[in-house]
Design a protein around this ligand. Structure first.
Ligand code: SAH
Length: 350
């Protein structure tokens, strides 16, 4: 029998699981206490739980840590891990150190089917979804590394490999576990889920009653350009996408962030900046824009604009009244771009 991974259970769901076994729901509290407060992962050592039930836990449940298969440390403190799951699947997880905290960039799938032209993750098709427990495991492994420095993960972005809304339920469970006060207690405003624009997911997410941030990978101010780099834009066209984002903003009461990769000679002109400003203003969406100078992926042949072009784009958006930031870059001396480490590993084994 496959053991159930306790890392995957949001608190309320663990209570329900315990009740369904005829145990008191207080068991959930004990388990969360051992796991997330005390850092005890061996059921045998959970001494306030009866011996008989500890035996059941041992036989039917697990607390499964991904194994560190490869580790790269960058000069700026960025750590990139290639993790190995129980079935051998390899997944990338990155730790970035901002001045405001330790940010974990978590993968949501093994490979990705979205096929964005500029992205290394899409070089490898989706093999399967990650479970919520495996995603919690990604954060737990980073926490174990940070513990040696007396620190822990303070922020999580679901911006690793995979499309979170193509694995909706598991991602929501994951978010609930890390956000849970008795769990990892990472504040909702410190958690960001990023989507390439899956409309049904955006609408559903707005109704979860979570105060989690939502980022939308836009990357172009119109469908003509977007179609060339993001196949998803053929399934959900700009008007439909914008409508879903408005729906989200109304239901969640939160603003979204548009991510916009700057690609030299493709979408980095001041005209594009103006068109983006028009698009945002006309839609009535209250969005921030986060500009990401493209992390060139050798296999793809996309180039990064000059610093001047990046700043001109930024300044134009600001002048047009749109709150815009340029993403800080980390780990440029290691394979830090999405999917690079895994793609390289996979290639080396072929
Ligand atoms: N599928 C989700 C989340 C994973 S990608 C999404 O599309 O949002 C996380 C972010 O990294 C996205 O904005 C994605 O477009 C961006 N990204 C992918 N490849 C990149 C590259 N080579 N350089 C810069 N950003 C990249």
């Amino acid at each position: 029998m496959e053991k159930k991974d306790l890392f995957g259970y949001p608190y309320a769901q663990l209570e329900a699981e315990m009740l369904s076994r005829g145990e008191s729901k207080y068991r959930a509290r004990q388990l969360y206490g051992w796991i997330y407060e005390k850092g005890v992962y061996d059921f045998e050592k959970m001494t306030d739980i009866s011996k008989a039930f500890r035996e059941t836990l041992k036989n039917e449940y697990a607390l499964s840590f991904p194994k560190i298969f490869q580790r790269q440390d960058a000069k700026d403190g960025t750590i990139k891990l290639l993790l190995e799951m129980d079935d051998g699947a390899k997944v990338e997880t990155v730790l970035m150190r901002y001045n405001y905290g330790n940010v974990a960039c978590v993968s949501s799938q093994v490979g990705c089917n979205m096929g964005c032209a500029f992205c290394a993750s899409g070089l490898l098709k989706r093999e399967r979804n990650l479970t919520s427990g495996e995603m919690v495991g990604e954060v737990m492994v980073l926490n174990q590394i940070l513990k040696e420095e007396g620190q822990n993960v303070t922020h999580v972005v679901v911006m690793g490999t995979g499309e979170p809304f193509d694995n909706y339920e598991n991602v929501i469970s994951f978010v609930r576990v890390i956000n849970e006060q008795r769990g990892l207690a990472i504040g909702a405003r410190h958690i960001t889920v990023s989507t390439c624009g899956l409309v049904p997911g955006i609408k559903k997410y707005g109704r979860e009653g979570l105060q989690i941030n939502l980022a939308i990978s836009l990357h172009a101010p119109n469908d003509t350009l977007r179609n060339q780099i993001m196949p998803i834009s053929k399934a959900y066209k700009m008007p439909e996408l914008l409508e879903a984002i408005k729906d989200y903003e109304e239901n969640a009461g939160r603003r979204v962030t548009f991510e916009y990769i700057l690609i030299k000679g493709f979408n980095d002109s001041v005209d594009c900046a103006n068109e983006l400003a028009d698009l945002i203003h006309d839609s009535g969406i209250f969005a921030y824009v986060n500009l990401i100078p493209i992390n060139p992926v050798k296999e793809k042949g996309f180039l990064r604009p000059s610093g001047e072009a990046i700043h001109a784009f930024h300044d134009r958006l600001m002048k047009r009244g749109i709150n815009t930031t340029i993403r800080k870059e980390f780990g440029t001396d290691i394979d830090a771009a999405c999917g690079q480490l895994r793609a390289k590993y996979q290639k080396s084994t072929q």
